[in-house]
Design a binder for this molecule. Sequence first.
Ligand code: ANZ
Ligand code: ZN
Length: 761
Amino acid sequence: MGMKKYQPKLIEEKWQQLWEKDNLYKFDPESSKQKFYNLVELPYTSGDLHLGHWFAFTPPDAFARYKRMKGFNVFYPVGYDSFGLPAENAALKRNLHPKDWTLSNIESMQKQFYKMGTVIDCNYRIITCLPAYYRWNQWIFIQMFKKGIAYLDKALSNWCPSCQTVLADENVEAGKCWRCGTQIIKKEVEQWFLRLTAYADQLIWPDNPKVNWPNSVRVGQNNWIGRSEGLIIDFSGIKVFTTKPETVDGATFLVLAPEHPKVKELTTAEYKNDIESYIKEVESKSEQERKENKDKSGKFTGSYVKNPVTGEDIPVWISDYVLYGYGTGAIMAVPVADERDLEFAKKFNLPIKETSFKSTPAGEKKINYHIHDWSISRQRYWGTPVPIIHCDDCGLVPVPEEDLPVELPYEVDFTPKGKPPLATNEQWMKVRCPKCGKDALRDSQTLDGFFDNSWYFLRYIDPVYTDGPFNARLAEKLMPIDIYFGGAEHTLGHTLYARFFTKFLKDIGLLKIDEFALKRVQHGVILGPDGHRMSKSRGNVVNPDDVISEFGVDTVRVYLCFMMPYIETTAPWSASAIHGIYRFLNRVWDLQFKVQSSKFKADKLSTQDLHMIHKTIQKVSSDIEEISMNTAVAALMEWLNYLSKKEKISQEEYKIYLLLLAPFAPHITEELWHELGEQGSIHSQSWPKLDEQYLEKEEVEVAVQVNGKLREILMIQKDILNIQSDVEKMALESPKVQKFLEGKNPKKVIYIPGKILSIVV
Ligand code: ANZ
Ligand code: ZN
């Protein structure tokens, strides 16, 4: 006989150890069952699993358990995104080495995952900062280099003076560094780029994609890519890009970006000082600021060009609202048709002229993209070394494959000094050129962490594979990812980069798929009890360890599934609600004492019992499929209320209850399952089968009028009640209605959902 009282502590550790001992969650990639690749974005190794991690991982874990019970071969790995600036900054602050700091964080995070009671098979884990992983970053980088997708270039870049590194545009927030908040400056830096623009067209989402990604993500990515078709038109040797070539007759001046190379030759002596001081002024602005630019500023160069349609001489100005990195870096201004141009014309008293909207001159067709090539290298230490050798004679030479990995040296002075830390380790830097054998130098930059996490999901499949970046045979079996959970902050950036890598890997013949994930689900954010984002400085951080020691893991898991919808919502932590969940599990526990022993089989289930069973099976299953965990748990609470009112409950209904609750509360259900005398784990059972005959057909009466008179009452099923076309079709097919239509087509049909369908003939 088991415990009288629910004591999560005694149950939870016991089962976690038994599950591990029995290899319950061992994944077999060769299984003949249908695969299901369930994935959550890998966590960054910041130290502890905070409540946000628990919220991100718990509903997916419940989902994975449900899919297992539905008979799928579920693959649910987790790894550690462990390179990057935060580790380096944190280590600097604590006077530790980033590697030591990171590896000890991983150890504690690993323990916390274990404590969560997840179904994750830890044998499939990757740690991106270890050579076994990053050698394949280097391998992929070299393939990209050979195909011209990775290239070295000088570019005016966002530079964080405090972190002493280049930042990608997405990492600049309102002109400031996303990490440290320092004002970004512009600096010309030699760096590596990935030619994202070569894939821009392929990355644009079609209207009806074959995969199930949220519309908001697809629209966001398409806007970011920003494909735009137009013409290049020549104004006395200055080329402008326009999407409205039909308005050339309304172009009354040209505006060049201040960085445009022609500015110098166009500027006349009289305006030289003006122009030069304006250029200085603009240098400090970020691209984002320039795009948002509210108050127009600019200067006249003193020169004129010919409008190719009207033949008039029009003045040439410079202004920061024209970006050098887009189109040709020069525009024709049409104040009547373009608001920014109008604002500029008004401010500087420039002419405003009508356009015929028919004045297109011949020009060269051009497709532009707003997205830039991806700046991928950082002038910092804690990342994958760029596997390229700089030789005075041979130029850029990739490290031969057999010499990979180029290991990141441990002994490096990584305090920011304005030159990459790796460059300070001369011994490491010096190398022989693989082509000519002369003295050469390594590349001193490292890859951005977003490189690591653009393909990690392929490495999970066989983390110890040595013949290539990933096991292509198994990848063919297990890819694409069936559901990819993650944060909304990765709409731009990570998920687009991963799509880009997928397309590149397909181009070099390693993959056969176009998209890496069939479905994308973006979770919301859990706030502190005060309704603000949890942060140490606010003192509103809820520590999962504290709550677990008070209520147990299962309560926290059920709470996280129940408190709010998983998908893109925010809600505060509620201390009273967690008590409510704890009471709920206690009631589930106490229900065992009402279970009829199987000797009393005669005690049959009533029609209403059967109805409750199957209604709940249906609701919980379909809600879990939709990742609507909160409503699934609510349905279980409703059924519990029903069961609690009964004198006795049957083994059969209690078993089904436990099976439905198992994905959410794996420990308590396992314990109670065994209390019922079962031998195998509840987590290896099949999901309860729905028998539709026990579901009430939920139908609603809808009155049908023809020319204002009631002619028919239709019984409409609830699920189509709001679909006018379906209800209308049923009405028009009804013989009673047809009689009054007299073969005529309805002139007008008005539908008040759930009430009246009114047909006028
Ligand atoms: C004349 C015109 C008339 C324009 C009109 C628009 C409306 P998208 O759709 O983003 O490609 N443009 C071109 N290059 C630019 C640059 N480097 N910086 C700022 N603006 C630039 O927009 C293309 C339009 O944005 C172009 O068409 C050009 O203005 C401007 F009624 O030419 B248009
Ligand atoms: Zn050489």
